[in-house]
Design a protein around this ligand. Structure first.
Ligand SMILES: NC(=O)c1ccc[n+]([C@@H]2O[C@H](COP(=O)([O-])OP(=O)(O)OC[C@H]3O[C@@H](n4cnc5c(N)ncnc54)[C@H](OP(=O)(O)O)[C@@H]3O)[C@@H](O)[C@H]2O)c1
Length: 296
């Protein structure tokens, strides 16, 4: 496998020489050996890239961190709970170089520190994934101001703060990629979820504005809109529903054309697509990965 990987890297070197330019992350699915046989290349689109993922200690963020590490990146993850963060980092370290930074995305000082520490310990940030988020189901009249602020502060303000602090370096380097983990609830209404929908809808438009503002700086910004994903967030929702998990899940996925929730790995793959050169002509997009939910 090692020699196959070197062959793929060798191909990249030849491309650089041929075109006199650096084609970062160029991917070939196979190379041919001396006898003309196709040998599959390892896909390592993020070799030596630096990736900051907020909320990487669980669910989608954790799966995304692992997927980036598998493709050669160095990864910083954040989270508020120290124990969960340490457990996640210990597990990720088996795959590659990962660090954990404790803090709350909704606090300006913490967001600034996530960026500064990642750049100090790993190097300039190539990719920011704004993933940290919480869900709250409640009717609008029952929501109190504190709950509204909490959801908006973490999901939307946290995305703004981390983006604000990562942008100056990306603008200076004229290169960068930001993926915002929004939701299908940012595109269509989810009943009893006005704060969550407002936060995710806000993320979608925030994505579009930053994408338009910074296209000239070589920075692409896209949002991903998952439907239901099998993470601890879904488990908490099942618990709150008072139904057993199996019954909750059956009712949940019934209206989905694909009749199931996504795995965190499926969402991670879509995030890596947006963060890679494979999506080089995409910016300002809100990409649904929702089993057909918003197509209905
Ligand atoms: N699961 C779904 O069905 C689904 C569907 C659509 C969109 N999404 C979105 O996907 C993202 C990830 O969700 P998930 O399902 O993977 O949830 P999860 O398993 O609950 O993970 C959430 C992560 O965010 C972190 N986090 C939460 N609040 C934070 C804060 N204030 N500051 C820093 N980190 C914080 C959590 O760690 P700590 O709690 O330790 O801080 C954890 O690492 C969210 O934005 C969510 O809205 C999820």
């Amino acid at each position: 496998m090692g020699s196959q990987h070197s062959a793929c890297i060798g191909l990249r070197e030849r491309e650089r020489n041929a075109y006199g330019t650096t084609i970062r992350g160029t991917r070939r699915t196979s190379v041919t050996d001396k006898s003309g046989r196709a040998i599959p290349c390892l896909m390592r689109r993020f070799e030596s890239r630096v990736v900051l993922i907020t909320g990487g200690s669980s669910g989608i963020g954790f799966a995304t961190a692992k997927a980036f590490l598998e493709e050669g990146a160095q990864v910083a993850i954040t989270g508020r709970d120290q124990e969960r963060l340490a457990t996640a980092v210990a597990s990720l370290t088996k795959t590659g170089h990962a660090i954990g930074i404790r803090g709350d995305v909704s606090r300006a000082g913490d967001a600034k520190r996530f960026v500064a520490r990642t750049e100090r310990e790993l190097g300039p940030i190539d990719v920011l994934v704004n993933n940290a988020g919480i869900y709250l189901q409640k009717s609008t009249e029952a929501l109190d101001e504190r709950e509204w602020d909490l959801v908006l502060d973490i999901n939307l303000k946290g995305t703004f703060l981390c983006t604000k602090h990562v942008l100056p370096g990306m603008i200076r380097r004229r290169r960068g990629n930001i993926v915002n983990v929004a939701s299908d609830s940012g595109l269509v209404a989810t009943p009893l979820s006005s704060a969550y929908c407002a936060s995710k809808g806000g993320m979608v438009l925030f994505t579009r504005v930053v994408a338009v503002d910074h296209a000239k700086d070589g920075i692409r910004v896209n949002a991903i809109c998952p439907g239901e994903v099998e993470t601890p967030m879904l488990e908490r929702d099942a618990e709150a529903s008072g139904l057993g998990y199996d019954e909750y899940y059956r009712r949940l996925v019934e209206p989905f054309p694909l009749k199931r929730a996504a795995t965190p790995d499926e969402i991670a793959k879509a995030i890596l697509f947006l963060a890679s050169d494979d999506s080089s002509y995409m910016t300002g997009a809100a990409m649904s990965v929702d089993g057909g939910w918003t197509a209905l």
